[in-house]
Design a protein around this ligand. Sequence first.
Ligand SMILES: *Cc1c(COP(=O)(O)O)cnc(C)c1O
Length: 450
Amino acid sequence: MINKEMKYKAYQVHNFRTIPQLVALSEDEKVNIEVVGNVLPFKVNNYVIDELIDWSDYSNDPIFRLTFPQKEMLRDADFQTMKSALENNLEKDALKLVADSIRIKLNPHPAGQMELNVPEHNDEKLLGIQHKYRETLLFFPSSGQTCHSYCTFCFRWAQFVGMDGLKFAMRETELLIEYLEEHQEITDILFTGGDPMIMSFKVFKQYIEPFLDPANKTNIQTIRIGTKALGFWPYKFITDKDAQDFLDLFKRIVDSGINLSFMAHFNHINELKTAAVKEAIRLIRKTGAQIRTQSPLIRHINDDADMWARMWRKQVNLGMIPYYMFVERDTGSQHYFEVPLEKTWEIFQKAYQQVSGVCRTVRGPSMSCTPGKVQILGTKEICINGHTEKVFVLQMIQGRNPDWVNRPFFAKYDPNAMWMDDLKPAFGDQFFFEAELQEMKEASLEPESI
Ligand SMILES: *Cc1c(COP(=O)(O)O)cnc(C)c1O
């Protein structure tokens, strides 16, 4: 049943002990949450707590693990450092210094995002924009850089914890439109964050309306909204006071001839079980918008092929389109969440084999790394000159150079490889794209020529 009275309420590290269901936890477990929650961002809301988590078995519950910090997310030494700092009742500023000293080691901006993807316009760096793939622009609206709840595995956590210099943000939609007008090759704009669906309607429409104004001559065919709101706050589209305004605007976008596509993050099938999420999906689809789904594969949360198969089927059943399975990338707690590449591929394959063609729109497992989105096609034994070698077969789904896309290539088999950086070319001493990628990196570091 849909709770028509549902009002958003969030808990963070300072007040999480008031969550009624936490009576199920021991004091030690609460301290663990507190210690990790003082380093990594922690926010969970009443929908997740009341409707998604099964409190009778919380420690094995995937949504509990998705939203509540786990002790093992920090290395033991770092955990002890933070624990002592809390026991010693350090002042707020001193506590933040301790937290920052741990955070800085956790490398939250991989894949050359800071150096390589930020474009310039009239000699100014456009900090809220990443233009990595020719057709698609990522846009980080400054008011969309937080979420309804935080995922424990999230790689964008630096945006939430208030460290200067790491936050992407841009207010000027004007600059964005100018950039798009100059770049007619860009057909897709992808609003991302954080979660753009955290914005109020008043703010959100400022970003969208320029695209509906015929005076602006961009070549945008598709507006995508990357969002976790369907998983974490479906009431956004049902009972929030501006829900109907959002739905009306979605319809206006579609009616203007622009494809509107929600890139919905669902990490587990349990996020699809409530009446509220089903209603939100129905209302969004009724506007003519599409919903595509994506998630990384994460240990302790969704490393289960049968669950993925059931989840894709359920998504299609609800009218959504499975889109990506990602490899968990280098985040602060990667040691806790990562699954080896071979195992990731096995889970993907085992799930993919169980579903019909309508679910096989999903692509993966894919690593978003510096050259592009690298897909693991599988492992294979190849015999050359009487010598047998086991390899990973890979290809790019997206490339920094579009010419790199859809060309199979090979890496030496390594059962422990977790990420592209761990892979070595199987034949020759470089992957086919490496020399060109090196040139791109050097060009982006060159001092400005006059
Ligand atoms: C995945 C991604 C996109 C979108 O790529 P599609 O293949 O169009 O889904 C755009 N920019 C970046 C940086 C990405 O990682």
